[in-house]
Ligand binder design. Structure first.
Ligand code: ZN
Length: 515
């Protein structure tokens, strides 16, 4: 019997965690022993039972500020038979519970793509510091365990997980185009004479993502487990978004203020840097290359240096623009993204070959230490030089972006630009809603009037839209007999289920957790 189960993901606290388990069940037994006169004497034969987990995440999203208690996160399902964990990508809602899985006694390897193998310990170190423990030794021990267990597997290559005679399982990772290193997982499972190809989508990206190639449909999927974050809608046009971003930035920067972009550290920040470098290059035809970004120049005031011979046609001098990434995690991941150039898409590789450095250009400054951060906030609040600051968190619910907001919201020369979804109840949502009406926002218990202008540019989601998801499914040559919809709010799931039933004709259950 080849069985799919779903642990968590809809309980509000835990993130994605799916199980694929194989056992010699009664059906296979009956078939095999149908000619065996002794079968009746041994009807309860139980064969070996082996399984894998796909992702082990911690919920993040609508309840960003909500504290999950350790008890909520403890692994509450049997894992004795789990032989490996396969990680689709390193977002916390897919990997955040790995420390709890290890604490529960999981002994197997952690299988992931080569870029994810580099990023996983980094992202978990950050998560451990924030939510797991302050004990440095314990953090080091957990990270040591994770580094030991990680097994990087190249895209497109079959990797045997177990072969126990009656039961065997191999997995293959394919590019998912969601963040660097993201993968969907193809599983070839066999129990006795029964063989099946089961595909877990993880999170799928959309076409025209900066740096990432778009996902290709699997060549076969007897059963498919797919996300449906945007199962009910498409994104704003992704092809024109760079132009829309350019126009907003040009207008925002014309009065010499700061444009603050609240952005998630992993993926979004690097995509925006890539886009901004493209805008600067397009406008000035002359992007100077930095070596690896400069750190901490704000300790003695920035050196806005670029002598600008070439101005853009709109009159805005792009070369005088300073770009600041203020987040230790984003700084770290920007460096990792640079190191992982071989995994960038063809367009980005071509830029590198032509001498461009999309993630380390001349105007980019990366801020790491808290002291430099405070200096930067202070300096930029008073300065009259145009500057773009990227800082987390993406929904303004915490992180360094909050200090910038406090210092800058009151000045109409400044602008806040949202590129991501703002969940109800977050300061980001309030700024977006009340900012344009001259309202206020509460930050750390204090009211701040919003005189800065507020903008939103769509089309930067790292998730596939409804048509992208449908294209992924319809590209499978033979329609899967079952498509399980996981990940996404219930409206999105139901809409996508109805669409798939009408268009593909598969059975489309929406499983509850633990089923
Ligand atoms: Zn994700």
């Amino acid at each position: 019997m080849i069985e799919i189960k779903h642990h968590g993901a809809t309980s509000g606290v835990t993130g994605s965690c799916h199980e694929l388990s194989l056992k010699m069940g009664s059906d296979e037994k009956r078939a095999r022993f149908s000619s065996d006169p002794d079968l009746d004497a041994a009807p309860e034969f139980e064969g070996p039972h082996h399984g894998i987990l796909i992702d082990c995440g911690l919920f993040q999203g609508q309840d960003e500020g909500r504290e999950a208690s350790a008890a909520d996160l403890t692994i509450d399902f049997p894992i004795d038979h789990i032989r490996a964990l396969v990680v689709t990508h390193v977002h916390i809602d897919h990997v955040g519970r790995i420390p709890y899985l290890l604490a529960a006694g999981f002994q197997g390897p952690i299988i992931c793509s080569e870029p994810s193998a580099v990023m996983l310990p980094e992202i978990l170190e950050d998560a451990l510091k924030i939510g797991f423990t302050r004990d440095r030794n314990l953090i080091e021990r957990v990270l040591g365990l994770i580094r030991e267990r990680v097994v990087p597997v190249p895209y497109g290559q079959w990797h045997p997980v177990f072969d126990e005679g009656e039961c065997s399982l191999s997995v293959r990772l394919q590019r998912a185009g969601h963040i660097l290193g993201s993968a969907y997982v193809e599983c070839d499972a066999r129990t006795g004479d029964v063989e099946e190809r089961i595909v877990f989508s993880g999170d799928l990206g959309a076409p025209h993502s900066p740096l990432l190639p778009e996902p290709k449909s699997p060549e076969r999927a007897d059963r498919l487990v797919i996300e449906s974050t945007y199962g009910d809608r498409d994104h704003e046009d992704r092809e024109t978004r760079r132009d829309r971003l350019r126009v907003v930035l040009e207008n925002a920067l014309a009065d010499g203020g700061t444009v603050l972009i609240p952005a998630f550290s992993i993926g979004r920040t690097q995509e925006l840097l890539y886009e901004i470098e493209g805008i600067i290059a397009g406008a000035s035809g002359n992007v100077k290359m930095g070596s690896d970004g400069k750190r901490g120049r704000f300790s003695s005031g920035p050196e806005f240096g670029a002598d600008s011979e070439i101005a853009s046609t709109s009159g805005f001098d792009w070369e005088s623009l300073e770009i600041v990434v203020d987040s230790p995690l984003a700084a770290n991941f920007t460096q990792i993204y640079r190191d992982l150039k071989p995994f960038w898409d063809a367009e980005a590789q071509e830029l590198v070959r032509s001498g461009r450095h999309p993630l380390s250009f001349e105007q980019l400054t990366v801020i790491d230490s808290h002291e430099d951060h405070l200096n930067a906030v202070d300096y930029l609040a008073k300065s009259h030089r145009p500057c773009v600051v990227l800082a987390g968190s993406g929904m303004c619910a915490g992180g360094r972006v909050v200090n910038y907001l406090k210092a800058m919201l009151g000045d109409k020369r400044n602008d806040v630009l949202f590129v991501g979804y703002q969940a109800a109840g977050t300061p980001g949502h309030d700024i977006l809603t009340f900012g344009p009406r001259g309202g206020w926002v509460e930050l750390d218990g204090e009211r701040f009037d919003i005189r800065a202008r507020v903008h939103q540019v769509g089309g930067y989601s790292a998730h596939a839209g409804q048509s992208d998801l449908l294209r992924f499914v319809e590209g499978i040559p033979v329609a899967p007999k079952e498509i399980r919809i996981v990940h996404g709010d219930s409206g999105a799931k139901v809409a996508f289920k109805e669409l798939l039933e009408a268009r593909v004709g598969s059975r489309v259950p929406i499983p509850a957790p633990g089923v």
